[in-house]
Write a protein of this length. Structure first.
Length: 550
């Protein structure tokens, strides 16, 4: 299995709240310069060896073919692909080269179709925050401005909530109020932790069960309130992100002490508590519904949020421009993919009858790529989904901020690394239920918990400290990485792409037909080659003096 020399600890991440007028990104230690001792362990480059020359030839052939196969599955009626009529109704009118666009992913569509509105809201928030800073904050110093900043964020957030959700904003305020009083009435008492979890988990279940609740169900006279829907009526769909912040506030409050420090990196900001007076309702409200992160996250802890308000980070104009350019490039890439590869629509309509095992695999693979690309702020998705061979490393770099939240509030409290399976099982069961109340996601979570074990065992049996310099060690690690990839793909295809029914169909194609066996005979060596390139890519980062913790 992929072992220690090719798998290192996770990166640190922070989303910086720069005063009240900006949201910037600050990475403290996901990228670090090597020490002299680390530099001495860097291996000689292999890029120009005959082995990697062969790998390059394989890459030149296999990677374009993977893209071409997905495009062929997404052909228009002119090419008369037999499955096209089955998913055609899921496509929308596009703007690139006369192609239709696969805008059927609900989550991405809510962003893509509302870009003008989101830009207006962002401009309104930044502009009003700037004016408020100039007019209302006396002296504009850190010691006097924190209270004013959180007041502004709270007021703006409440107005935004009413505009987005109409009268449903009252339901959100009621949930926030009850959760806050659980924290305050049980301060320092362990039962408060239990009540926090019971309340918040019950809320996400009830939100889905009762479809966000309806006033008319409480009393017919309240029915007219249901008609004031706001710009985004389905408030409960995205409330799971807010629920994470409610838990964070209550547990950070529970652990609070007078500990402070003059120099806080991202890890210390998460764990270093504030004076108890900081855990007040205004700060709680500002954190729970902070506008730039309200709808889709990412998530950050309450402690971190308040530290970054108290000690904001700066970001140069060049860094902002570079970030904007990266966003624009990612958006254009996504547009090209959705105009030429209709795998989301194919997946949703199960339009894969007659497809080969390779084509089924590409439907799953490109769905996962689209899932990654639509969530691709570089601090939150530390490695590309196509550059991951370690099961543990994949989950440390995928949705990084959520991973840190899980570690702090679930994984460590239930045992952490002192127990092999139970904390992981609890974490992935929570993650599955948090995403959606469905059996396929529960199966996904339990599969992930199970599939982590082989890598843990292999790392203990074949430690890098003992075998790292052996010529065969890198190849054994790559073979283990292939197994990791197969297990991760299986779990993710079950949970987010094909479901159990589609996965059974794919397994029948892979292992029940000669065509499937031929595909495996090519796919497995190709994955082995890809992992060898991933290993060398990480070595190249070290040679540039950079160590990434993933």
């Amino acid at each position: 299995m992929a072992s220690a020399p090719y798998h290192s600890p996770p990166p640190d991440l922070s989303w910086s709240v720069n005063g009240i007028v900006d949201l910037t990104v600050h990475v403290d230690s996901s990228t670090k310069f090597q020490s002299d001792s680390q530099a001495s362990n860097v291996r000689v480059p292999r890029w120009r060896t005959p082995e990697f020359a062969l790998y390059a030839v394989i890459f030149v052939i296999v990677v374009p073919y993977m893209a071409m196969s997905a495009v062929e599955l997404s052909q228009h009626p002119k090419a008369t692909h037999p499955n096209y009529p089955s998913y055609q109704h899921r496509l929308s009118r596009g703007w690139l080269f006369g192609r239709a666009v696969d805008n059927s992913d609900t989550q991405y569509r809510s962003f893509r179709d509302n870009i003008p509105g989101l830009c207006f809201l962002s401009s309104l928030y930044l502009g009003s925050g700037y004016l408020y800073t100039r007019i209302a904050i006396p002296g504009n110093t850190p010691t006097t401005s924190l209270e004013y900043r959180t007041q502004f964020i709270s007021v703006f957030s409440c107005i935004m909530l009413c505009a987005l959700h109409g009268t449903s904003a009252l339901k959100i305020f009621a949930i926030l109020y009850v959760n806050y009083h659980i924290a305050k009435q049980t301060r320092g008492v362990p039962v408060g932790v239990l009540l926090t979890w019971i309340f918040n988990i019950s809320i996400i279940f009830a939100n889905e069960l009762f479809d966000g609740y309806h006033y008319a169900a409480l009393h017919p006279a309240l029915g007219p309130l249901d008609r004031i829907r706001g710009l985004y009526p389905r408030w409960h769909v995205g409330f799971n992100i807010t629920m994470l912040r409610l838990v964070s506030f209550n547990l950070d409050h529970y652990w609070a002490s007078s500990q402070t420090g003059d120099s806080l990196n991202e890890r210390l900001r998460r764990s270093t508590a504030h004076p108890l007076g900081v855990y007040n309702f205004t700060n709680y409200l500002a954190y729970a519904i902070y506008p730039p992160l309200y709808i889709a996250g990412p998530i950050m802890t309450f402690n971190d949020f308040m530290w970054q308000l108290r000690r904001p980070h700066s970001m140069s104009a060049y860094a902002r421009a570079s970030y904007a350019a990266r966003f624009f490039f990612s958006f254009i890439v996504m547009e090209f993919v959705l105009h030429y590869i209709y795998v989301v629509a194919i997946k949703d309509t199960k339009a894969w009858n007659g497809d080969t095992a390779f084509q089924l695999a590409m439907i799953g693979y490109w769905n996962l790529l689209i899932l990654w690309l639509k969530m691709d702020p570089p601090e939150n998705m530390v490695r590309c989904i196509s550059n991951a061979y370690s099961t543990l490393g994949f989950w440390r770099s995928w949705h990084r901020s959520y991973n840190l939240w899980l570690i702090r509030y679930i994984y460590v409290p239930v045992g952490g690394s002192t127990s092999t399976i139970l904390p992981k099982l609890v974490v992935f069961t929570f993650v599955a239920l948090w995403h959606d109340l469905s059996m396929r996601l529960l199966i996904w979570g339990w599969l992930i918990s199970l599939f982590i074990l082989p890598e843990v065992i292999a790392t203990a049996v074949l430690p890098e400290s003992k075998y790292g310099e052996k010529p065969w060690y890198r190849h054994v690690c790559a073979a283990g990485g292939v197994m990791n990839l197969l297990m991760m793909m299986t779990a993710n295809l079950v949970g987010f792409v094909l479901g159990t029914e589609g996965m059974v169909y794919l397994a029948g194609k892979l292992f029940g037909t000669w065509e499937g066996m031929r595909f495996l005979s090519i796919a497995l060596p190709s994955l082995f080659v890809a992992i060898q390139v991933m290993f060398e890519y990480r070595e190249a980062e070290k040679r540039r003096g950079i160590v990434r913790r993933c």
